[in-house]
Design a protein around this ligand. Structure first.
Ligand code: NDP
Length: 328
């Protein structure tokens, strides 16, 4: 009999997630039935969405999440032992699956070195950057983009896609190291939002022609400050609002309907699964950019399943540069 280990909620998160909110338990897995596979986690993803989404779950439920796993037993003809799959198995070391909703990784793209990218640039966060920016911001060469959490998994890719499209890119991130990183990626301007004295004045200086597109990962004050500086017919892609995820109640904000009305802004929220059927199209194009060195990505790797919670908590204190992944 196989034993799996998994993280379950011990109690609902209150404020910043704490290690004592989750615990690792063991689970005995039964022998496989026909049509099933046994998969072992190789790379696990920690993502900001887990914090708000776990509100829907109760104590004892398994932490949600996606992983790259290796098929180690198979009674399903579609999957052979040794195949790698991406599955929403949660925070667990081994999983029995009937193969539904699994994507088998094409090893010509996801080589040994790039397996973890299936959770990052060539995975959900990459698709988020690609579609959330291109579809909702509809960039034109010469336009100015502002992007928040610009050194993160999504933000760092958004800024680079905007550069590929000929835009001027202004990014904000939470440390000088991150600012140096995104400048190295080709961002035109980059600022540490924790050390600037005035976000409004910084934006005015960095965007002398105003802001045409805003890709927001943060929400809160950041959103309230950027919106009045948008140009007429500006486009705003609401990707995330991480500044609000640890709060029990969202903060009260500015009343911006006048700005939205008179500037005729287009503001749209999205969940990346809207474009699920088109994800392969994004990965193909982004992989081409990676191979031509037009698109770069970084991963912050946490070693060991037992340290997975630290990787997750680190998302809310800015520990990651690029995509946060866990090596099982
Ligand atoms: P990141 O890699 O950007 O990691 C999170 C980063 O957020 C941290 O490194 C930190 O960067 C910043 N941060 C954390 N807490 C705060 C805070 N209180 N205020 C401001 N910044 C904070 O994560 P992702 O790229 O995976 O996700 C970015 C955003 O996109 C998130 O809001 C996420 O929920 C959203 N998202 C939305 C999807 C969708 O379908 N709409 C899909 C995927 C992600 P720093 O050091 O710069 O502060």
């Amino acid at each position: 009999m196989t034993t799996a280990r998994k993280y379950v909620l011990e109690s609902q998160f209150q404020g910043e997630p704490k290690r004592s909110d989750v615990k690792i338990v063991e689970e005995k897995l039964p022998p496989l039935n026909d049509g099933e596979i046994l998969a072992e986690a190789v790379w696990l993803s920690v993502d900001p969405y887990m914090r708000p989404y776990m509100r829907r779950f109760k104590a004892g439920d398994t932490m949600i999440g996606t992983q790259v796993a290796k098929v180690i037993e198979s009674k399903n003809e579609k999957f052979a032992v040794g195949d790698y799959v991406v599955g929403a198995f949660g925070w667990r070391t081994k999983t029995i699956s009937n193969g539904e909703k699994l994507s088998k990784l094409d090893r010509s793209m996801y080589t040994d070195k790039k397996l973890s990218s299936a959770l990052g640039v060539l995975g959900m966060p990459g698709a988020t950057a690609y579609f959330g920016f291109l579809e909702l911001c509809t960039p034109k060469a010469g336009e100015t983009l502002v992007v928040s959490t610009a050194a993160g998994a999504v933000g760092s890719i958004v800024g680079q896609i905007a550069k590929i499209k000929g835009c001027r890119v202004v990014g904000f991130a939470g440390s000088d190291e991150k600012v140096g990183y995104i400048k190295g990626l080709g961002f035109d301007e980059a600022y540490n939002y924790k050390t600037i004295t005035s976000l409004k004045e910084t934006l005015q200086k960095a965007c002398p022609k105003g802001i045409d597109m805003f890709f927001d990962n943060v929400g809160g004050d950041f959103y309230d400050t950027v919106l009045p500086l948008m140009n007429e017919f500006g486009r705003v892609s609401i990707c995330g609002c991480i500044s609000q995820y640890n709060l029990e109640k969202p903060e009260q904000g500015a009343r911006l309907s006048g700005t939205i009305l008179f500037k005729q802004l287009k503001i749209e929220g999205f969940i990346v699964h809207r474009w699920l059927a088109r994800w392969p199209e994004a990965f193909k194009e982004m992989n081409g950019w990676i191979e031509k060195d037009q698109l770069k990505y970084n991963e912050t790797v946490t070693e060991g399943f037992d340290n997975m919670f630290d990787a997750f908590a680190g998302l809310f204190t800015g520990k990651n540069l690029g995509k946060a992944v866990v090596k099982a």
